[in-house]
Design a protein around this ligand. Structure first.
Ligand SMILES: NC(=O)C1=CN([C@@H]2O[C@H](COP(=O)(O)OP(=O)(O)OC[C@H]3O[C@@H](n4cnc5c(N)ncnc54)[C@H](OP(=O)(O)O)[C@@H]3O)[C@@H](O)[C@H]2O)[C@@H](O)CC1
Ligand SMILES: Nc1ncnc2c1ncn2[C@@H]1O[C@H](COP(=O)(O)OP(=O)(O)O)[C@@H](O)[C@H]1O
Ligand SMILES: [K+]
Length: 500
């Protein structure tokens, strides 16, 4: 699903108004009706206090108030500008025709102290028209709403939160629920906003589908439609050679488990053959844990230092889980990256090695996949002041270096060299457990070895990994699941993708 920015959403509104056709006030009414259906379902009995600004977000609030006027409601209008938008004014005069509805105006800070924060608070102060951080009386009112301890439902966006840029440390509403329209906004995908958005509910308001179909978007959220086009059903006549031979370079003394997790995930991604290069202390562990995996043993007991085999026989390489960053291992990495010219997957310590020797970056084959978590990303590419900047930096580096950067998190980012960015929609906090990333490395390496192009491997692999994690959490709980469970549910994840 495409993620549009605030300007595109405004255009989508206008497109719907001129092509549907529908008047702008009727579109607002549709949005308000969708909110009212939701409010009646979630909070059928509670009294409601509705806070409105004088833009169209406030217009939504006034329409909601009218549609809920049979309930116990109070409306406050933050009255700091001369005149509201046309649709605000129209909704105000419609509401004023209902004599039993109480409308109060907040014009001074003193008025804020007279506000009665009763029941569920509906925040319709500001939406996608926000163009500067809140200050003065607006910031004060927001602060008081946040301090009230009441349930807060924000319309479209928590007031004070920008749709497409960081709002970190700005005054903004702390909502329990956000009711937004038609499609996801960038703001809802950022971990730094999660405490302010609460639970996000996207309500369908019938914006014109033609605009969606014809308008390109740099950002997309991975959904079933995308996965359906990426996933390739298995060739019935295939043999193990058809599905590729993957090499994993992973593990060190005390961290052979990372290699085992990665190797099993690689096998279960559907690859034909897996070889794992390990320090010799890992030989027996791997052979007994996973008889399906072949082992190439390092001369060193505890770390990987040299590989004798011909790397060109492998269709894809995965490097990093549990590898360590010893100088001998960094030398091995240099050798491998110099020799090998197909795509590699680099994770964990492989990335930390590159952070220690940045000149290695230039040796990484074009189209390779890097899978840093935010800390590894920072070691590689430096600090950023917020998540939006970090995503832009990942995107810039993906272009500059011709690499695919998978920046891991709740909505893992897949930044492609052509500038497109996909935000993953599967996965859960149960996956915040040691070894989950090693599993992802195995899956991605396995998909590359099967012949998936890098961008498809990254989009599909990250989605599969999250979906398997969701299935594991459903069965076992987020608390009790461990990384190995993600592998155990990969089969079910594949089945549900195949049935899409
Ligand atoms: N498809 C959809 O999406 C639909 C959208 N609809 C609704 O419309 C909403 C967008 O409405 P909107 O454009 O009128 O903007 P809104 O957020 O009400 O702001 C109003 C004005 O406030 C001002 N302002 C800015 N920053 C400020 C600040 N820090 N402190 C104080 N003031 C500030 C700024 O004016 P300025 O002061 O710059 O002149 C701005 O123009 C959207 O969120 C949704 O709820 C639905 O009705 C229909 C379908
Ligand atoms: N809260 C979360 N929601 C969704 N996915 C998560 C969450 N926490 C972790 N994950 C996923 O789990 C994996 C963790 O990777 P990583 O941090 O490298 O772990 P490790 O180093 O233990 O293997 C990533 O793919 C990440 O996206
Ligand atoms: K709002």
């Amino acid at each position: 699903m495409k993620i549009f920015n605030a300007a595109q959403i405004r255009e989508w509104d206008q497109y719907t108004i001129s092509h549907d056709p529908i008047s702008s006030i009727d579109l607002m009414e549709k949005a308000a009706k969708a909110c009212v259906r939701w409010i009646n379902q979630y909070f059928p009995e509670e009294s409601l206090t509705i806070f409105c600004g004088k833009g169209n977000n406030g217009g939504d609030g006034l329409a909601i108030a009218r549609l809920l006027s049979k309930r116990d409601i109070t409306v406050y209008i933050l009255d700091t500008t001369q005149k509201g938008t046309d649709d605000f004014q129209e909704n105000l005069s419609r509401l004023e025709k209902l004599p039993h509805v109480e409308i109060r105006f907040i014009q001074t800070e003193e008025n804020i102290s007279e506000v009665n924060f009763d029941g569920v608070l509906i925040d319709a102060l500001l939406g996608s028209g926000l163009n500067r951080p809140l200050q003065g009386i607006t910031a004060r009112l927001v602060e008081r709403i946040n301090q009230s301890g009441n349930m807060v439902v924000s319309i479209d966006l928590p007031s004070g939160m920008f749709a497409d840029q960081s709002s970190l440390n700005n005054p903004q509403i702390k909502a329990d629920h956000t009711l937004s329209f038609q499609s996801y906004k960038r703001a809802f995908l950022a971990a730094e906003n999660s405490l302010h958005c609460g639970e996000v509910h996207i309500l369908e308001i019938g914006l014109h589908p033609e605009f969606y179909n014809n308008t390109p978007s740099r950002d997309e959220q991975t959904d079933e439609d995308i996965i359906y086009t990426v996933y390739k059903p298995r060739n019935s006549f295939g043999h193990k050679g058809t599905f590729g031979h993957a090499l994993l370079i992973a593990g060190s003394y005390g961290k052979i488990g990372a290699a085992v997790l990665s190797a099993e995930a690689c096998l279960r991604s559907g690859v034909g053959l897996v070889t794992c290069h390990l320090p010799s202390c890992g030989y027996t562990i791997m052979q007994t844990s996973l008889p399906e995996v072949m082992v190439s043993t390092d001369v060193d007991k505890a770390i990987s230092t040299t590989i004798e085999t011909d790397l060109s026989m492998y269709k894809a390489l995965g490097i990093g889980p549990g590898l360590g960053t010893a100088s001998e291992t960094r030398a091995l990495l240099r050798e491998v990256l110099t020799q090998y010219d197909r795509s590699v997957v680099m994770d964990a310590d492989a990335l930390n090695c590159v952070a220690k020797e940045p000149e290695l970056l230039a040796l990484i084959p074009a189209g390779s996949i890097l899978t840093p978590h935010p800390k590894e990303f920072q070691r590689l590419f430096g600090d950023t002041s917020n998540e939006f900047d970090r995503i832009d930096l990942a995107s810039q580096k993906a272009k500059e270096l011709d690499l695919i950067i998978v920046l891991k998190g709740h909505h893992t980012l897949i930044a492609l060299p052509d500038g497109r960015r996909f935000f993953n929609s599967t996965g859960n906090a149960g996956m915040a457990t040691g070894g989950s990333g090693d599993v992802l490395t195995g899956i991605l390496t396995g998909l590359l070895a099967q012949g998936y192009p890098g961008d498809d491997a990254a989009i599909l692999g990250v989605y599969l990994h999250g979906l398997a994690g969701d299935l594991a959490a459903e069965k076992l709980s987020m608390e009790a699941m461990i990384a190995g469970d993600i592998i155990r549910f990969l089969g079910q994840a594949y089945k549900s993708i195949a049935e899409m």
